[in-house]
Design a binder for this molecule. Structure first.
Ligand SMILES: Cc1cc2nc3c(=O)[nH]c(=O)nc-3n(C[C@H](O)[C@H](O)[C@H](O)COP(=O)(O)OP(=O)(O)OC[C@H]3O[C@@H](n4cnc5c(N)ncnc54)[C@H](O)[C@@H]3O)c2cc1C
Length: 357
């Protein structure tokens, strides 16, 4: 976001509570460039994912960010899932994803011999990206445009002032106040807390934070597939899928585990419990029966910044600008879970538009 503001010629400071950039949600994910298949028609997720994918591939190419348009297969593992796969293809078409190919089981196995499925959808525009390389490239552009990153600087409150907003910031034990005309709250897991600490913001615009942890297991040995493999999604969860990193190593995940409400994001335990592997074996063997016993090793985890609880339907991204809450120069980015990485550049454009800059 900071890059986009700086490139508009605005004096831009990105405040980051940690001692380095990119240690939050953006460094703990699947690093998949999503095609835009899954999201409700007309939603911000659908629109910004499809647009963001195009912008992201272009940025990767112009900036030499490591990425690969490896493609992905979404599989129906039994005949009962065929109708679901067909309706997913229809949804994708409504979202403007017009390159999906329907494959029979044999056609899918001709591409990926280790795969077990009744049918599959091939998404050629799905890919993978080095998320750290991406964030460094964004920081480079920000700084080239005259912007700066202030590390170890935690925004504690935002109060109204004549010229816009005053940010109360704590930096290495020192409290300071910064004046800003525009504030974009892109605080990931803390975004609802930052919204709640904003003077004059109606409580409707500071939703309760909920967190869902997702664990990954890596595969010992060679990857059995050259493309990503996803099961048919269940509700809003994409299921335990196989992704590849840019070194060709396979990993499975993420699973989904709600953390207790009121969890402090700073106190989240990112350890992967090896016992969770058991459920992975069962899930993965539905599409890869050849997964050997003992091949999965705990890898890493990430936490989804949700604004809905376990029993509520998944909401859209919330990009709450002045048109929604009535405070000039303020945008809150809430519930930016997947496909937030893919959508990031398009989200930035949407924010600029809402701010009228
Ligand atoms: C398990 C998992 C898998 C995912 N897989 C994918 C995928 O394959 N493809 C995809 O497109 N998306 C994926 N996503 C979603 C994607 O990772 C996120 O949407 C995206 O990274 C969110 O970025 P962000 O900048 O909003 O949050 P973050 O990356 O967390 O950045 C927020 C930053 O704000 C800082 N901060 C917080 N509070 C304060 C404060 N008060 N003051 C100053 N700084 C503060 C934090 O330290 C952090 O660095 C996945 C997410 C998860 C959890």
């Amino acid at each position: 976001m900071g890059r986009a503001l700086a490139q508009r010629g605005l004096e831009t400071l990105v405040l980051e509570r940690e001692n380095a950039i990119g240690t939050g949600v953006s460094s703990r994910n699947s690093e998949v460039i999503h095609a835009g298949i899954y999201y409700p028609e007309g939603s911000l997720k659908a629109r910004l994912c499809v647009r963001g994918k195009q912008l992201l591939y272009a940025l990767c190419e112009s900036h030499g960010i490591a990425h690969r348009r490896c493609g992905k297969l979404i599989v129906a593992t039994d005949a009962a899932q065929l109708a679901g796969l067909k309706s997913l293809a229809d949804k994708a078409a409504r979202n403007g994803v017009d390159d999906l190919l329907w494959l029979s089981g044999e056609q899918a196995r001709a591409l990926e011999p280790a795969l077990a499925c009744e049918a599959a959808l091939l998404s050629p525009s799905t890919g993978i990206v080095d998320s750290h390389g991406l964030m460094l490239a964004l920081q480079g552009d920000l700084e080239r445009a005259g912007g700066a990153v202030g590390l170890a600087s935690t925004v504690q409150a935002i109060v109204a002032s004549a010229g816009g907003h005053v940010l109360r910031v704590q930096s290495e034990g020192v409290e300071m106040e910064l004046q800003a005309r525009i504030v974009v709250n892109a605080a990931g897991l803390w975004a609802p807390a930052v919204a709640a600490a904003t003077e004059g913001l109606d409580a409707r615009f500071a939703p309760q934070a909920h967190f869902s942890k997702g664990c990954y297991f890596s595969l010992a040995g060679r990857a059995p597939f050259g493309r990503l493999v996803y099961p048919l999604p269940q509700d809003a969860w994409l299921g335990v899928h196989l992704t590849l990193d840019l070194g060709g190593q396979a990993r499975f995940g993420p699973d989904a585990q709600w953390l207790p409400d009121g969890t402090d994001p700073a106190a989240i335990d990112y350890q992967v419990d090896a016992a969770r592997a058991e459920a992975f074996y069962a899930d993965v063997r539905r599409y890869w029966p050849g997964l050997p016993d003992g091949a999965l090793q705990p890898a890493y985890s990430g936490v989804r910044p949700k604004i809905h609880g376990p029993d509520q339907p998944a909401p859209d991204f919330r990009i709450d600008g002045p048109g929604a809450h009535g405070i000039a120069g303020l945008v809150n980015l809430l519930g930016i879970e997947s496909p937030g990485l893919t959508s990031s550049l398009a989200i930035a454009d949407e924010v600029l538009q809402q701010l009228g800059v």
